[in-house]
Ligand binder design. Structure first.
Ligand SMILES: Cc1cc2nc3c(=O)[nH]c(=O)nc-3n(C[C@H](O)[C@H](O)[C@H](O)COP(=O)(O)OP(=O)(O)OC[C@H]3O[C@@H](n4cnc5c(N)ncnc54)[C@H](O)[C@@H]3O)c2cc1C
Length: 461
């Protein structure tokens, strides 16, 4: 890669941006990565739970279908930790606590069967390569998942389970997403059963030591090409090139970078905040676009002591704050880590509490789930709703009308500006795998554009 397109600025040092930067740097470009936070990794972040134990505050799990991610883990010499569980599950449904060997909540099996049959039907209908071209897309894109449930499934237990399922899978409140988005997300992620499963599914492994080790390793490879504390506010372009402007804050002066091409690797709600000149033909997000709502609560113990009582640590509750918990202890059992998930509407309520009240609410919930457990040594809350440079997680939620409006232009370059980020990937949208695939696609576009220019010059000469 030489000549006029040899300088590339990547905006955002999450997994997508770092992968894009790696690929364009390998093709010979002069790369600059601009990251708003004082750290890299974006939605991948390590949280120290106790001395020497770091848990995944953001993304954690992966499965066999995540082939690009598995390659990356192996290329960087990292290890996988199995999430395999032994012992009983705990369920707290409508205030009643039960323990059982099953991983499925003790709800009416016929109701859950009906729900999954209806979900299967709508998931099979969606066009994964172009959701906006799905038969009946207009109706499905303007119908909320909540309304769809009311119309399609009568049984009460399906209504209890559905928000828990969408909270777990998508960090979504069913009222906030279109049924087209729900169906697309479940299909894009490998199907309901794969996405929902630990063993043999999308939660089969964690990265030993934390998923943030990957983004740390990618950033280390890029070295001083990565600039933190550089929130991009404006991108101007003309026929000669692009100027990327970062805002000043109390500690950092305003800066600007001249370049030939830009890859914007941000969640859509944040890309939409950038002042593009000339303006975008299609927005990156609309007023219907929502943020996924997830908060992780890590409880640290001297050892995974629930295992001694025959408990797996896996739980599901029908009311918050901790709608599910899972055993995320280090593989050698040298410490105990229970991770609680607060998702959907429960996350919005939890986020509004003071840190002390969050801790009290989490500990009270753990006390109801596992009465025999002593209080944890530590309780760490990672609130993604409060993160201004993420605006929620696991991923953006496309609301009513969004797929028809935004979908066709999701990856369409705006002049010299290309788009990456997990929300631009039709494969594994919202997941780490989607982020990697989007970064690779955007890098290939930039490299391809440069090669096309250089080849046409050679022909002209
Ligand atoms: C709690 C949680 C649990 C999750 N669980 C899983 C899981 O188990 N498995 C899985 O595969 N995925 C999971 N995910 C999703 C996964 O983390 C994301 O899909 C992936 O990390 C997205 O990467 P990205 O590069 O597209 O975006 P991001 O990681 O969001 O990166 C964007 C970067 O841009 C920066 N930025 C924002 N605005 C600006 C600006 N104006 N200028 C410069 N920089 C800016 C941000 O600081 C950030 O570093 C989870 C996410 C969370 C938060």
């Amino acid at each position: 890669m030489t000549g006029a397109d040899a300088r590339v600025v990547v905006v955002g040092a999450g997994l997508a941006g770092l992968i894009a930067a790696r690929d364009v740097a390998a093709a010979g470009a002069e790369v600059t990565v601009l990251e708003a936070r004082d750290r890299v990794g974006g939605r991948m972040r390590g949280v120290p739970v106790s001395s020497g134990v770091v848990a995944d505050g953001g993304a954690a799990y992966l499965g066999r279908q995540h082939t690009e991610l598995l390659d990356l883990v192996s290329d960087h010499g990292l290890n996988l930790a199995s999430t395999g569980m032994a012992g009983e599950s705990t369920f707290l449904i409508d205030g009643e606590r039960t323990t059982t060997a099953s991983r499925v909540p003790p709800l009416d099996a016929v109701a859950l069967g009906d729900l999954f049959d209806c979900l299967d039907d709508v998931v099979e209908t969606v066009r994964p390569d172009a959701p906006w071209l799905t038969p009946d897309a207009d109706r499905l894109d303007h119908l909320s998942a909540q309304r769809w449930l009311v119309d399609e499934v009568a049984r009460a237990d399906a209504h209890t389970f559905f928000p828990l399922f969408l909270g777990e899978m998508m960090a979504a409140d069913p009222a906030a997403i279109s049924v087209l988005h729900m169906a697309f997300y479940l299909r894009s992620g490998g199907g309901i059963r794969y996405l929902n499963a630990f063993e043999g599914g999308a939660q089969q492994w964690r990265i030993d030591g934390g998923a943030h080790l990957l983004t740390g390793a990618l950033a280390a490879q890029l070295g001083d090409r990565v600039h933190v504390n550089q929130p991009v506010a404006a991108i101007d372009q003309d026929d000669d090139g692009v100027v990327v402007r970062c805002v000043a804050d109390t500690d950092h002066a305003q800066s600007e970078f001249r370049t030939d091409r830009v890859i914007v690797a941000l969640p859509p709600l944040l890309a939409q905040r950038i002042d593009f000149r000339p303006g975008l033909c299609t927005p990156r997000a609309t007023t219907a676009t929502g943020r996924g709502c997830a908060i992780k609560v890590h409880l640290g113990y001297p050892a995974p002591i629930w295992r001694e009582g025959g408990q797996s640590g896996w739980s599901v509750s029908s009311t918050g704050p901790l709608l599910s918990t899972v055993d995320d202890s280090p593989p050698d059992g040298s410490a105990g880590v229970l991770t609680g998930f607060v998702t959907g509407a429960a996350a919005s309520a939890f986020s509004a509490l003071s840190p002390a009240d969050q801790k009290d609410a989490a500990l009270a919930h753990i006390g109801r789930l596992f009465p025999a457990l002593p209080p944890p040594d530590t309780c760490c809350v990672t609130d993604w709703l409060a993160e201004r440079y993420s605006r929620g997680c696991y991923a953006a939620l496309f609301g009513p009308g969004d797929w028809l409006r935004l979908g066709p232009s999701l990856t369409e370059p705006h002049g010299r500006i290309h788009w990456a980020g997990t929300e631009t990937s039709l494969e594994y949208f919202g997941l780490m795998e989607g982020a990697i695939r989007s970064g690779r696609r955007a890098a290939a576009e930039v490299i391809g554009a440069a090669d096309a220019r250089n080849n046409s010059r050679k022909v002209l000469v």
